[in-house]
Design a protein around this ligand. Structure first.
Ligand SMILES: Cc1cc2nc3c(=O)[nH]c(=O)nc-3n(C[C@H](O)[C@H](O)[C@H](O)COP(=O)(O)OP(=O)(O)OC[C@H]3O[C@@H](n4cnc5c(N)ncnc54)[C@H](O)[C@@H]3O)c2cc1C
Length: 596
């Protein structure tokens, strides 16, 4: 083994969507990052290894407009445009490309975090370095960093460092949660192995391996099989065991279950329409729903979620149902595979649930955040994990700008939190009831006019970048916040109070947040999604400063675009001329920002 020492600002363990978004956010905000992923591809449960579709606060499109923006939206838009044919490997490679093209990120793939060094601090403990083993190159790495993040799902780094965590279900009384079990236990949600299948022109046999689990019709009475191309999230098992230490036994049983289901489909006679179908992929790595959950200064609860509580240190949000499953999964044949408790509101995720209460410099994001088992049943979905990831990356970049490495809870001071929130908004994240108040944004003081107004031009500088539906919480107004022209081409013009230096223009377009957008192997889910550029996005536009053409964009397919001049120009009028969309008949622009 050769040993390499690396030094960085921020070391992230785990390259699922939480870890990828944490790395991109920190790096784009100026921090040096090392991202460590134990497998060969990024994406975690969303990758080609496991193939879960990314869902979030819009609940498969049933809560229009609540879709997460920021980094996860950029990734989804890029994927829909470049990968209309739905190749999961293309999605893996998109994540890989986004990470490796950023010069601030060092990516270590096939690299396992298996230990760390800590020092005691006044009233706590700090991680000094993480130990990484990459067996296939016979290398080990010692990564020293100012701040660390555990985005590994299982929480290996935090556990090695002695971070407080829990595993299992709380008793009802502990947090007064009506959906909790009467008594605490060690059970979690289980794991699943997914598969995909293809339809051929001729009948395809399935020869049953001798080791598959036999199934009867009775066992599917609450788990109906409606299609064959993608199966089945409810093929779940193992939550009654330790999902880390007994992971191998769980995997073997899940393979018996996955192929047992396929054998039932093909050979029981109950599904004759499966005759021409054959398996084309079976997962080798179980998708894991739950293991360790770290403890922060606050544990997010059912109450926080159901009340739509707006925390003053919010850095992310969620909205997926409280989605509880029986731990024994397929064995619980008389129980529904999930019970989804609908939420009236969106809810906020505070910074104090994303750092360790006893390790000064440890952040976390994803399914291992500080939440009760019941709250986790909502926070665990991957778009929510991704916005948490963007949040902690932004927090880490802010932390490394501080004069010294200090406990992360110090960042909860109002001025610092406000700065973090404003950075998140500038990077197209959404926070409940937080508007753009960035004092450096020249557009905040501008007048706004347009060639035509189906919706007012002034909405483009309202400080909010989506329609805030009235049902999202007590703070919402149901306002549109978007300039919409009545035809194309159309222009929108900001007039600043006086001429001044302008260097950066930020544009936020409508990307159809009222629709679901995700990569999915399910034909049903895909039928609701536009695989390609979203029709509302302004495809071709020009930007003029005081009448002079400065930028000409053709073929845009992203919601957020930033244009930076090589050197600032003195100007008073900023005009965005929208020439064409990807199909929509009007231009829709949620925000224009301008910076010196
Ligand atoms: C069957 C199933 C169905 C689900 N359905 C959905 C759904 O439809 N939509 C949805 O959005 N969510 C769904 N979920 C939940 C969601 O997939 C997880 O909660 C989510 O993946 C958590 O994201 P994460 O980034 O925290 O962790 P992960 O996606 O698990 O990523 C963590 C990454 O860290 C890596 N890692 C682990 N340990 C180490 C280590 N020691 N060193 C280096 N790297 C390490 C892992 O390889 C992994 O790639 C489902 C989960 C399962 C299992």
């Amino acid at each position: 083994m050769t040993r390499t020492h690396l030094e960085t600002d921020f070391c992230i363990i785990g390259g699922g969507l939480a870890g990828v978004c944490a790395a991109l956010a920190a790096a784009r905000n100026g921090a040096k990052v090392v991202l460590v992923q134990d497998r060969s591809v990024l994406g975690g449960n969303a990758s080609s290894e496991i193939k879960m579709h990314v869902v979030g606060a819009d609940c498969h499109g049933s809560r229009p407009g609540a879709r997460e923006t920021g980094l996860i939206e950029e990734l989804k838009l890029e994927d829909a445009y470049r990968n209309p044919h739905r190749a999961y490997s293309s999605w893996d490679l998109l994540l890989y490309e986004k990470v490796i093209e950023n010069p601030n990120i060092t990516l270590l793939l096939d690299s396992d975090c298996d230990g760390c060094k800590t020092v005691e601090t006044e009233g706590g403990r700090r991680i000094v370095s993480a130990h990484i083993t990459r067996s296939f190159t016979e290398e080990e790495f010692v990564i020293a960093a100012k701040y660390f993040a555990d985005c590994s799902g299982d929480g290996r780094l935090g556990a090695e460092a002695g971070a407080d965590f829990r595993m299992g279900r709380e008793g009802r009384e502990e947090f007064d949660e009506s959906l909790a079990e009467a008594q605490a236990d060690d059970f979690t949600l289980g794991n699943s192995i997914l598969f995909t299948a293809r339809k051929y022109n001729t009948p395809q046999p399935f020869v049953k391996p001798h080791w598959v689990r036999p199934f009867t019709k009775e066992e599917f009475k609450l788990r109906p099989i409606k299609s064959f191309e993608y199966g089945y999230w409810w093929a779940e098992w193992g939550g009654q065991l330790h999902t880390i230490t007994e992971g191998e036994n769980i995997r073997q049983e899940l393979l018996r279950i996955a192929l047992g289901i396929w054998n039932y489909i093909k050979n029981s006679g109950e599904h004759p329409d499966s005759a021409n179908w054959a398996l084309d992929w079976v997962g080798a790595i179980p998708g894991k729903r739950e293991s360790r959950r770290f403890l922060g200064d606050h544990v997010l609860t059912q109450h926080d979620i159901e009340s739509g509580r707006v925390f003053e240190d919010q850095v992310a949000y969620g909205g997926w149902w409280l989605d509880l499953h029986p731990p024994t999964g397929m064995d619980a044949i008389d129980e529904a595979p999930c019970v989804q408790h609908h939420l009236d509101h969106l809810y906020s995720i505070p910074l104090r649930t994303l750092y360790s209460r006893n390790i000064d410099n440890l952040l976390f994001a994803g399914r291992n955040m500080s939440a009760t088992h019941v709250a986790f049943a909502s926070t665990r979905v991957m778009a929510t994990c991704a916005v948490m990831g963007q949040a902690i990356g932004t927090v880490a970049a802010e932390a490394v700008r501080q004069p010294e490495v200090a406990p992360l809870r110090n960042l909860r001071q109002p001025g610092t939190i406000a700065r973090i929130q404003q950075t998140l908004l500038k990077d197209d994240a959404f926070l409940l009831d937080v508007a753009n108040t960035d004092p450096n944004d020249l557009a905040r003081r501008a007048d706004c006019q347009a060639s035509s107004e189906r919706m007012p031009a002034a909405n483009a500088i309202s400080g909010v970048t989506r329609r805030t539906e009235a049902g999202w919480g007590s703070w919402t107004q149901g306002e549109e916040n978007c300039w919409e022209s009545s035809e194309l081409p159309a222009w929108l013009e900001l007039t600043l109070p006086a001429a001044g230096l302008v260097r950066e223009i930020h544009l936020t377009f409508c990307s159809g947040l009222q629709r679901e957008l995700t990569l999915s192997a399910s034909d049903h889910v895909t039928s609701k999604v536009v695989r390609g550029a979203q029709p509302e996005i302004v495809r071709d536009y020009d930007i003029y400063l005081d009448g002079t053409l400065e930028f000409s964009m053709r073929g845009n397919y992203l919601r957020k675009r930033v244009h930076i001049l090589e050197s600032p120009r003195n100007a008073r009028a900023v005009r965005v001329a929208c020439l064409a969309t990807h199909g929509h008949s009007t231009a829709r622009v949620f925000e224009v920002r301008a910076y010196e």
